[in-house]
Design a protein around this ligand. Structure first.
Ligand code: AMP
Length: 547
């Protein structure tokens, strides 16, 4: 690790609520937070295992030493463009090989990546760019039919803060990347402090668009190390990443960061289908992976299983949404792997079932908090603790969990308690051993197979439709996805309801720049919405209504 530069002062970033000093001191004293930044973590591994394979992606095999070289060249390129400590850079990439070096190049400079999903569309990206006053935007030419090169040109021309755009070709690489790589590599040294904000992660969102979550180096690396401990990832692990890399589950639970920390090999799947993933597992002797429940089902039900050698797969982590008990049981019997359930949220807390836990626990519980410093409260509507073992609202604070979102003080006041607990919005119960079971959700959010959708955002767009008088969007049960999105619309008096077809509504929303995964799966035209006794729209009744 490089020597600390004594004169580096903590980064001051407006709109960030840190942990109070007494908590920060405790987390450092107890070893949850250590004196290390993201690039220091990576370069420590590089120093230890330079010749081992860090990444396999896009048909390339990249050693740790090559990864380090690429990080420092790209850092040189970004610095030549004037990007430095504290600058925000929106990064919107699918799982391509250059994701890791690009993001670590920004970390090396102390710049702050805003990690958007490849699936995000114009509205979301424009919102992140504005909110973060991003200096640069890094993306690929196109993804899933969205012309991101055009978006980059639009943002480059119209955003007052964006000075640079970097557009990779669809499979990675391309002229912009080559230009960045042509620069002299920087020397690796400390350019940020462990207490600095390392990056901004996206929340699932319940109101409007996603919020940005300011994670520090020490907080995030701490939670990753805890996950490595309970997840059993070691230097000989081969981790297949099929979920989008900006998701916290793919990133630090233990995720690719955990793998890079221990010197394991990370294999990136361009898509999560059994076709692609099984071939990669067989070829590279993959030992662990993380899936959302619908993907786990897809893998379990695939006929390809019989034709592929998946025997190397030792641990399958499933989380992001509730995994049904019946499917959970099949992970051991049919995939021959140990199931590790995980529950967590981008805001911080994550829980895991133990690797040597009994089958009943592993298939019915969503895990225990990773660190003894994670504080859990389960409360009723009035914030009073419920009796032990009873279901209630989960509140949490701890070394992994942030104390506020980035630049949203009013929203923070509603989702963080005065003493710093985060109101998760999930209903859980906890057994006498500390294991949590997720029993429901109180927040107005749709969990579509692990992708989170804020109904309000979709409703706002629907209200702009010339034929729509009112709109209400809910999640309805779905066998494969857990939930899918249904929009109820009340037409305007003079409107022809026939214009409000599913296809018509979806293309209207798509044109307004809504990401594909947020489009309704069902649209029902109604005369009015059911209401609660208090006169509000009864989303409960709308969720329960049969087609
Ligand atoms: P995200 O911030 O996108 O990771 O979403 C976090 C939310 O996903 C949680 O608050 C839960 O509502 C849901 N979630 C995550 N993991 C699970 C799980 N294992 N079981 C049930 N819900 C989950």
């Amino acid at each position: 690790m490089s020597a600390a530069v004594p004169e580096l002062e903590p980064l001051v970033l407006d709109g960030v609520v840190g942990h109070p000093a007494e908590f920060a001191d405790r987390y450092r004293r107890e070893g949850y937070w250590t004196d290390q930044t993201f690039p220091e973590m990576l370069f420590e591994t590089i120093g230890r295992v330079p010749d081992d394979t860090a990444l396999i992606a896009d048909g390339r095999r990249i050693s740790y030493a090559e990864l380090g070289e690429r990080v420092l060249r790209l850092a040189g390129g970004f610095r030549a463009r004037g990007i430095g400590r504290g600058d925000r850079v929106v990064v919107q990439l699918p799982n391509v090989a250059d994701y890791v070096p690009l993001v670590f190049a920004l970390f090396e400079l102390g710049a702050i990546p805003v990690l958007a999903l490849a699936a995000h569309d114009r509205n979301e990206i424009a919102h992140f760019v504005d909110l973060a006053e991003a200096r640069a935007y890094v993306t690929v030419e196109s993804h899933d039919g969205t012309d991101l090169a055009a978006l980059a040109a639009e943002i480059g021309a119209s955003s007052p803060s964006v000075a640079h755009t970097v557009v990779l070709s669809r499979a990675g690489g391309g002229a912009d990347l080559e230009e960045l790589l042509a620069h002299e590599p920087l020397a690796h040294e400390r350019r940020s402090l462990p207490s600095d904000v390392a990056f901004l992660q996206l929340s699932g969102g319940t109101t409007g668009t996603s919020k940005l979550i300011p994670h520090t180096h020490e907080g995030y690396l701490g939670s990753m190390r805890e996950a490595v401990r309970v997840g059993g990832t070691t230097a000989s692990s081969v981790q297949l990443v099929v979920l989008p890399m900006p998701h916290s589950f793919a990133m630090r639970s233990p995720g690719f960061l955990g793998a890079l920390h221990v010197g394991a090999t990370v294999v990136l799947a361009p898509d999560p289908s059994p076709d692609t993933a099984f071939a990669l597992i067989e070829r590279h002797r993959v030992t662990e992976t993380a899936l959302v429940p619908p993907l786990a089902l897809l893998w379990l039900n695939s006929s390809l299983r019989a034709e592929t050698d998946l025997s190397s797969l030792a641990v399958v982590r499933v989380g992001g949404a509730k995994f049904g008990v019946e499917a959970a049981r099949r992970i051991r019997t049919e995939l021959g792997a140990t199931l590790q359930q995980s529950y967590g949220m981008a805001e911080g807390l994550h829980t895991f079932t133990g690797l040597d836990e009994d089958e009943e626990t592993v298939t019915t519980r969503q895990g225990r908090p990773t660190s003894a410093a994670d504080e859990i409260l389960i409360v009723d509507e009035a914030d009073r603790p419920v009796p032990p073992g009873s279901p209630g609202h989960l509140l949490t604070r701890g070394p992994a969990t942030v104390r506020g979102y980035y630049r949203t003080p009013e929203h923070d006041a509603t989702v963080f308690t005065e003493d710093g607990y985060y109101r998760v919005g999930d209903l859980v119960q906890q057994d006498e051993r500390g294991y949590l079971t997720v029993v429901g959700r109180a927040k107005d959010q749709i969990n579509r197979g692990g992708e989170k959708i804020a109904p309000e955002e979709v409703e706002n767009h629907l209200l702009a439709h010339p034929a729509v008088h009112d709109a209400s969007v809910v999640g309805v049960p779905d066998d494969a996805l857990g939930e899918r999105t249904k929009a109820y619309v009340v037409p305007r008096p003079a409107a022809d309801p026939a214009t409000l077809t599913l296809a018509g509504t979806r293309s209207f929303l798509r044109e307004r720049g809504l990401a594909a995964y947020k489009l309704p799966d069902l649209v029902e035209v109604v005369e009015q919405f059911p209401s609660t006794v208090a006169g509000k729209v009864s989303k409960r009744a709308q969720r329960a209504k049969k087609d």
